[in-house]
Design a protein around this ligand. Structure first.
Ligand code: HEM
Ligand code: CA
Length: 644
C-alpha cells in the first residue's frame, strides 16, 4: 500500500463549512489516454508567409521610448529587471517597458481609441456578450487537475502585469464608478466601456463593472502610434513573481545571509512568505494581526492558491541555498543567492517546457514547434532577433482563456486524499491568511493535485463572472470574462478573423464560415450579437473554438500561445538548455536539471507524503499516488566548484 494515511491532521480550521464535508473517494475512472494530433500546425514564426505577421523592424519601435541601458556582455546571471538579456535590443523583455505585437493594432483612431464595428457603430456590450455566451455551467475537465490551472496563473503573473490609468490627460482622477456604485451616465474614455444592460435579469442600478484602462506608452510621454501597453514585470519565464522585477523589490525580499530570501515561520516551523503586516490595495484583510504576503509580485494575495504556489517557490529557493552551501561552504551570500536563483529558474523552466506546455498545447504540437526540451546535449538555437516581450494578443486574449478552468470552490484534502473541506473562492479574494493556519498549506496543495479543474470551454464559474473581488458581506462582485473582452479592445487587439488568417485558417466572409472551428449554435449566437464577422472579438471567437486534439486550446489560441512560448524559449539568452552563452550550465549540470519535475518541486516544498508522477494529471490507474521518496531527485554534485 503506497498511500500513507496520516490521521493526526488537524483540519478543524474555522473556515471549513460543516455542511459540506466530502468523504467520498476520488473518482479515478478518468480519461488520461494520450491523444495524438496527426497534423499539428505551425506557429507564425515557423509557418510560411503567415498573413499579417509583423516584421522584427516594426516591432522594435517601442524601444524608442526607453533609454538604452549599458550591458555587461560577460554577465553570468540574468538581471532582476530583465534588461540586457538581449545584447542588441537590451530593452526586450525588461520590466517597465511595453508589450509587443505580432499583428497590427486595431484602434478606431489608429492610436488608442477602442476598435469599432466595421459599420462605425460601437461594438456589442462586453457584459451582454458575457452573459449570453459565457454562463456558469459546471463541467469538470477530463484530464487536468487544478494545479494545471494554478501553474498557468503562475506563468501569467511571471510574464505580465498591467497598471491602471489613474489620472486623465487633464490631470484629474479617472472615475469609472460613482460612489453609490452606479455606472456614470457617460463612461470617461479612459474607462473600460462595460455597462450592465438594463434588461439583464436581476439588474441593479447600484452595481458598476467598469474599471480604468491600462497605462500605455503615451502615459510615459512617449508618442508612438499606435500606443503600446506598459508591462510591469519581466517578460521572461524567470520567477520574477518570486524574486521581483526591480532591484528595490528584489532587495527588500533578501536576507543577505546565505543567499536566502526573507520568510516568516509558521506552524510546524515551516517557511512562509514574509508579512507586509498592513492591509494594502491588493490584500484587504483590515486587521494587521493577520497575514498578507510580500513577494516579487503584488498579486500574490489574490487568492489562497496563488500564495501557496509562490510559497513553494520560496521554500525551493531557500532549500537550494542550503544544499549549495553544503557543497560550496566558501560561497558568499551573493553567490549563493544568484546560483540558487539560476538553478531554480532552470528547474522551473524545465517544468514549463517538459510538462506544462505539452499539456497546454498538446505534445505533438509542442514537438512540431520545437518546444519540447532535448533529451541530452545543448540547444544552440538562441535567436537574438526573436523578441521575447509578452505579446498583447497572448496576454489580452489567448492566455486568459484559462480563466474558464477556475473552480469556484477549492478543496482541502488530507493525505488519504479525502476532501475535508472546501473554501469558496469569492470568500478569499485578496486574503491569504488561511494559508498558514494548521495544515492548510499541505491540504491546499493536495487539493490542487487531486481536484479536477473546470473544462476549458465557454463556461465560467460565477465565482469569477459574478463574484470577482466580492467584498465580504456583499452579494455581488465583478465580472472577469467581461474584463477580458473589454481589455482586448483596450489593448487594440484586432478581431478574431485577423487571427484566423495569421494562424492559417481561411478568412471568414460570412458568420457561416466560422463553423469550421465553432459550433453552429455558437456561430448563430455570434451572428445575433455582432453585426459583421469582422467585428467578433479575438477573445470571444477564440473561446468558442473546439479544442485541438491533445491540447487545452482551440486552433488560434494554440497558435498564439505556441508563438509566445516559442519566443520565451528561443528569445531568452539565459534559457537553461542553451550552450555557448555566458549563462550556460555545464553538461553534467544540465543533465541533472532535466530530472526536474513538478512532482519533485511539490514534494520538496511541502509535507505531503505521496504524489502522482504527472503532477498536472488527475489520479488514475496510469497516474497513481507514489511515495514522495520515490520521485527522482537532482544530484547537486556537479555544482561543486573545486572539482578537478
Ligand atoms: C483563481 C484564478 C484567477 C483569478 C481570480 C484571476 C483574475 C484575474 C484578474 C482580476 C485579472 C485582471 C483583469 C483585467 O483587469 O484585465 C487577470 C488577468 C490575467 N489573467 Fe487571470 N485569474 C486567475 C487565473 C488565471 C489563469 C489560470 C491564467 C492563465 C493560465 C490567467 C491569465 C491571466 C492573464 C494573462 C491576465 C493578464 C494579466 C495582466 O494583464 O496584467 N489567470 N486575472
Ligand atoms: Ca518574468
Amino acid at each position: 500500500e503506497l498511500i500513507q494515511n496520516n490521521e493526526n491532521e488537524s483540519n478543524a480550521d474555522s473556515y471549513s463549512n460543516p455542511g459540506i464535508l466530502y468523504e467520498e473517494a476520488h473518482n479515478n475512472c478518468l480519461n488520461d489516454e494520450y491523444v495524438s494530433d496527426k497534423n499539428p500546425s505551425k506557429i507564425p514564426s515557423l509557418a510560411e508567409n503567415p498573413i499579417g505577421f509583423l516584421e522584427p523592424k516594426e516591432i522594435d519601435l517601442a524601444d524608442r521610448c526607453f533609454p538604452k541601458p549599458i550591458c555587461d556582455p560577460h554577465a553570468v546571471y540574468r538581471t532582476i529587471n530583465g534588461s540586457c538579456n538581449n545584447l542588441i535590443f537590451p530593452i526586450w523583455g525588461r520590466s517597465n517597458s511595453a508589450n509587443t505585437r505580432i499583428i497590427e493594432a486595431d484602434y478606431s483612431d489608429g492610436k488608442s481609441q477602442e476598435r469599432r464595428a466595421l459599420s462605425g457603430n460601437k461594438l456589442p456590450n462586453p457584459r451582454k456578450i458575457r452573459t449570453t455566451l459565457f454562463p456558469d455551467v459546471n463541467k469538470p475537465a477530463l484530464k487536468y487537475n487544478l494545479l494545471f490551472m494554478q501553474f498557468g496563473q503562475l506563468v501569467a503573473h511571471d510574464t505580465e502585469l498591467i497598471f491602471s490609468k489613474t489620472v486623465g490627460s487633464d490631470g484629474s482622477p479617472i472615475v469609472c464608478c460613482n460612489p453609490d456604485d452606479s455606472t456614470p451616465e457617460f463612461l470617461p474614455p479612459d474607462c473600460l466601456q462595460i455597462t450592465i444592460p438594463k434588461d439583464e435579469p436581476g439588474y441593479s442600478k447600484n452595481r458598476c463593472l467598469s474599471s480604468q484602462r491600462a497605462t500605455d506608452t503615451a502615459d510615459l510621454g512617449c508618442h508612438i502610434k499606435p500606443v503600446r501597453q506598459q508591462i510591469g514585470v519581466t517578460s521572461f519565464i524567470d520567477a520574477s513573481l518570486l524574486y521581483g522585477s526591480d532591484e528595490i523589490i528584489a532587495h527588500s525580499l533578501r536576507t543577505f545571509s546565505h543567499g536566502k530570501l526573507r520568510r516568516q515561520i509558521g506552524p510546524k516551523g515551516k517557511s512562509y512568505l514574509p508579512n507586509v503586516k498592513q492591509a494594502t490595495k491588493e490584500c484587504t484583510v483590515a486587521n494587521d494581526a493577520t497575514v498578507c504576503y510580500a513577494a516579487g509580485d503584488v498579486r500574490v494575495n489574490q487568492h489562497p492558491n496563488i500564495a501557496v504556489a509562490t510559497i513553494s517557490l520560496l521554500r525551493a529557493h531557500n532549500l537550494l541555498c542550503d544544499d549549495l552551501k553544503k557543497i560550496n561552504p566558501e560561497w558568499d551570500d551573493e553567490r549563493l543567492y544568484q546560483e540558487a536563483r539560476r538553478l531554480l529558474i532552470a528547474m522551473y523552466q524545465h517544468v514549463v517546457y517538459y510538462e506544462f506546455v505539452p499539456a497546454l498545447l498538446g505534445k505533438d504540437y509542442a514537438k512540431a514547434n520545437k518546444l519540447l526540451p532535448l533529451e541530452k546535449g545543448y540547444n544552440m538555437d538562441y535567436n537574438e532577433f526573436l523578441n521575447p516581450t509578452t505579446m498583447t494578443c497572448f496576454t489580452g486574449a489567448a492566455y486568459r482563456s484559462l480563466h474558464s478552468e477556475i473552480q469556484g470552490y477549492m478543496d482541502l484534502v488530507n493525505e488519504a486524499r479525502q476532501v475535508k473541506s472546501k473554501i469558496r473562492l469569492s470568500d478569499f479574494f485578496q486574503r491569504t491568511d488561511i494559508v498558514q493556519r494548521g495544515d492548510n498549506f499541505d491540504s491546499l496543495t493536495r487539493g490542487l493535485l487531486t481536484q479536477i479543474s473546470q473544462e476549458q470551454d465557454q463556461y465560467y464559474t460565477s465565482e469569477v463572472s459574478e463574484y470577482l473581488f466580492r467584498i465580504p458581506n456583499k452579494t455581488v462582485g465583478s465580472d472577469l470574462p467581461s474584463f477580458d473582452i473589454a481589455r482586448g479592445r483596450d489593448f487594440g487587439i484586432p478581431s478574431y478573423n485577423k487571427f484566423r488568417k495569421l494562424c492559417g485558417l481561411s478568412e471568414a466572409k460570412t458568420f457561416e464560415d466560422f463553423t469550421d472551428q465553432i459550433s453552429k449554435k455558437n456561430v448563430d449566437t455570434l451572428a445575433s450579437l455582432y453585426e459583421d464577422p469582422n467585428d467578433v472579438d479575438f477573445y470571444v471567437g477564440g473561446m468558442l473554438e473546439k479544442l485541438k486534439p491533445g491540447s487545452s486550446l482551440g486552433h488560434t489560441f494554440q497558435c498564439i500561445s505556441g508563438e509566445m512560448f516559442f519566443r520565451w524559449k528561443f528569445g531568452d539568452r539565459f534559457f537553461y538548455e542553451f550552450g555557448n552563452q555566458t549563462g550556460s550550465f555545464r553538461p553534467d549540470q544540465l543533465s541533472e536539471i532535466r530530472k526536474s519535475t513538478l512532482s519533485l518541486l511539490v514534494c520538496m516544498t511541502s509535507d505531503i507524503q505521496s504524489i502522482q508522477r504527472n503532477a498536472f494529471d488527475v489520479l488514475s490507474k496510469h497516474n497513481p499516488l507514489v511515495p514522495c521518496s520515490s520521485i527522482p531527485k537532482l544530484n547537486l554534485d556537479p555544482w561543486r566548484e573545486w572539482r578537478a
